[in-house]
Design a protein around this ligand. Structure first.
Ligand SMILES: Cc1cc2nc3c(=O)[nH]c(=O)nc-3n(C[C@H](O)[C@H](O)[C@H](O)COP(=O)(O)OP(=O)(O)OC[C@H]3O[C@@H](n4cnc5c(N)ncnc54)[C@H](O)[C@@H]3O)c2cc1C
Length: 396
């Protein structure tokens, strides 16, 4: 009987993991199945562009996994039973259960409503393709006239507000944040950011917390009413509730706690990568939800699976976080380096070159999913019987 590896999610972490494992493990010993809600790889880092009205490159997953032996199941994961080792998937009205021996949990994250009333009913977000398309339809309805309010002051909010202002110059775009806009950036990068907001004529309301969202307004906790034809909620990400409901050990925000090899501390046959994982990085702080973290955690998880199943030494992937690359529309951007203490360094690259660097990074990340060995030779490692887990388990 083959060892069944089921990968949940085919985003940055899941697609890389499935493709890499398929190129390293022997198909006579291992069967690899990926379950993803959509038939395409969705470039989540570009979803604000999609919402703004731009077309993204079509990347069908059956092309990403062509000739790898990976089985693709386009369905929605609704539950995981970590005791029975099964995954429940829904495909339209059909419900199915898939058994696994090893699970890779890489379902990513979604927009966090922070418990604010009305967000779910009235606000838009850009954390997933269906919601980005819903927002795009709304912006189309508004045409060249209308008010868009972005809530949040971090990366996604900045990228969304600038993208909408550039792509749809007729709209009046505003941003409300409970903190300071880009307050974590170094002085040079922040000056550049504020100049860009001025150039795009985006109104900024700092130190203002939205306490309620209505159909045509967002209401701050101090009573200020921001009228809005489309309120875009970009105030952080939350992990899907499936992990917590499954009985996996999670932290308060739903992220799964793992050891240094990305094995769940409660169920070591479950490996976790991407936004769903809670792990401490090299700087002693939790690794942020990011594309780079998805890559590093997926590399570590796949190295651990190969080691655990074939008896090979497990390579250690550095879990580092070096900086933010922020787009400010299509022609401007910021690349801010951060140090080991996660604080911004004074050096930052700003302007058109930063925009080009970001675009190249995004294209390379998407390319790497169909080339997960980065040109290095593939292997066909055979399964080893009765293996113990590596003793190098570090509690997160
Ligand atoms: C607009 C936007 C801009 C961003 N910009 C940046 C940036 O500049 N830099 C950066 O580092 N990060 C950025 N991020 C964050 C980055 O996108 C995430 O950290 C990254 O995508 C995490 O990778 P992942 O594989 O964990 O999740 P994802 O890439 O989200 O992949 C998860 C996959 O699981 C699938 N899935 C989810 N639920 C289910 C289910 N129930 N059943 C089946 N399939 C399911 C999804 O369809 C998806 O394919 C941005 C995010 C957004 C939304």
């Amino acid at each position: 009987m083959k060892h069944r590896i089921v990968v949940l999610g085919a985003g940055y972490a899941g697609a890389f993991s499935a493709g890499y494992l398929a190129r390293q493990l022997h198909p006579d010993d291992f069967e690899i199945t990926v379950v993803n809600a959509e038939p395409d790889f969705v470039e989540r880092l570009r979803l604000h562009q999609l919402a703004a009205g731009q077309e993204l490159r079509h990347r069908p997953l059956d092309e990403v996994f062509a000739d790898t032996g990976v089985r693709l199941r386009v369905a929605r994961v609704t539950a995981v039973d970590v005791e029975e080792r099964t995954v429940t998937v829904a495909d339209g009205d059909a419900i199915d259960r898939l058994g696994y021996d090893t699970l890779v949990y890489a379902l990513g994250s979604t927009a966090a409503d922070q418990g604010v009333p009305g967000v779910h009913e009235h606000a838009f977000h850009v954390a997933a393709r269906p919601s980005a398309l819903r927002l795009r339809t709304r912006l189309d309805e508004l045409g060249e006239d209308g008010k868009v309010l972005v809530v949040g002051g971090n990366l996604t909010a900045i990228e969304a507000a600038t993208e909408f202002a550039e792509s749809r110059p007729g709209l009046r775009v505003g941003l409300v944040t409970s903190g300071q806009l880009g307050g974590w950036l170094g002085a040079k990068a922040r000056r550049h950011l504020l100049r860009a907001f001025e150039r795009f004529d985006i109104s900024v309301h700092e130190h203002t917390t939205i306490g309620r969202v209505e159909k045509d307004a967002a209401v701050a906790t101090d009573g200020t009413v921001f009228t809005s034809d489309a309120t875009v909620w970009a105030a952080g990400f939350a992990v899907h509730p499936i992990a917590a409901a499954s009985g996996l050990e999670v932290i308060a925000n739903g992220q799964i706690t793992v050891d240094r090899q990305m094995r769940s501390v409660s169920h070591p046959d479950v490996y976790v990568a991407g936004d769903s994982v809670f792990v401490i990085g090299e700087n002693g702080r939790p690794l942020p939800m990011s594309c780079a973290s998805a890559g590093f955690t997926a590399m570590q998880a796949t190295a651990a699976i190969i080691g655990d199943r074939t008896g090979r030494k497990i390579a250690t992937t550095s879990l580092s976080y070096v900086g933010n690359h922020i787009s400010l529309g299509r022609k401007d951007g910021i690349f801010q380096l951060v140090g080991g203490d996660a604080h911004a360094k004074s050096w930052a690259l700003c302007g058109r070159t930063a925009a080009r660097v970001k675009s190249t990074i995004l294209d390379t990340a998407a390319w790497s999913l169909s080339h997960p060995t980065f040109g290095k030779p593939s292997h066909k490692y055979r399964a080893a019987a009765a293996l113990e887990h590596s003793p190098r388990v570090v509690a997160a």
